[in-house]
Design a protein around this ligand. Structure first.
Ligand code: NDP
Length: 238
């Protein structure tokens, strides 16, 4: 059955790959992007809507547009995220706030808007993109780790609030995935991270897509409040 799907940060990386997979399954998919105009290379099948999750009101407006086009949102993937790394003692308030505002507050406003529609329909799937490294702790990433571990508390509290409405809320925790985000890492840090990864290689976006698709699917109906690592073993046991 075709579903209305809303994904933040869907113009590249993991978000785009997830969006393409849902569209290939026959879902009606809307993705947000920050730049002006339609992002280059965005497949025709995807509805692109401009929204910055860190700007109050924008994601709510985007969600309304998606629902006008596709009907009430049934699957929301809160994927938009950034890093602004640096040692905490030299980290500015602004670098800390920007990461929290995007990764944590941005997820809160996205999910709050989407769940309002799901409540009326009494069904829905919420999938949040966290980080295995966040749970492990990572030097230079106090802001990022705080934002990504915060998502777990958000998800599990929400599970208690809406579990009886047929809506599940789950967290995917990728390890090191081959995208623009990890391309920014130095070769030395990448080697270090690969030594910490039992499978000894970065993951692909498709390996993350598989987890998101599963948690958003019919067969995951009794799974909620879970953290699914897609990490090659880094941070296992979290
Ligand atoms: P990318 O950097 O490749 O893509 C990030 C996406 O988020 C882009 O579409 C970007 O838009 C969007 N975005 C960033 N800030 C905002 C904002 N304020 N409002 C709206 N959209 C925004 O990252 P990945 O695809 O690798 O990561 C996707 C998610 O997975 C993130 O939450 C990340 O933290 C998480 N993750 C990634 C891992 C990895 O190894 N790659 C590991 C663990 C977690 P724009 O193009 O405009 O910048």
């Amino acid at each position: 059955m075709s579903r209305s799907v809303f994904i933040t940060g869907g113009n590249r990386g993991i978000g785009l790959a997830v969006a393409k997979a849902f569209a290939a399954d026959g879902d009606r998919v809307a993705v947000t992007h920050r730049g002006e105009g339609r992002p280059e290379g965005l497949p025709e099948a995807l509805l692109g809507i401009r929204a910055d999750v860190a700007v109050p009101g924008e994601v709510e407006h985007a969600l309304k547009q998606a629902e006008t086009a596709h009907g009430p949102v049934e699957v929301v993937v809160a994927n938009a995220g950034i890093t602004r790394d640096g040692p905490m003692l030299r980290m500015s308030d602004e670098a800390f706030d920007e990461v929290i505002r995007t990764n944590l507050t941005g997820t809160f406003v996205t999910v709050r808007a989407a769940v309002r529609s799901m409540l009326a329909e009494r069904r829905g799937r919420v999938v949040l993109l966290s980080s295995a490294l966040g749970f492990l702790g990572s030097p230079g990433q106090t802001n990022y780790a705080a934002s990504k571990t915060g998502l777990l508390g958000l998800a599990r509290s929400l599970v208690w609030e809406i579990g009886d409405r047929g809506i599940t809320v789950n967290v995917v925790a990728p390890g090191i995935i081959d995208t623009g985000m990890t391309a920014a890492l130095s070769a030395r840090r990448m080697e270090e991270l690969m030594r910490m990864t039992p499978l000894g290689r970065p993951g692909s976006v498709d390996e993350v897509v598989a987890a998101v698709r599963f948690l958003a699917g019919e067969s995951a109906g009794y799974i909620t409040g879970a953290v699914l690592p897609v990490s090659g073993g880094i941070g296992m046991g979290m």
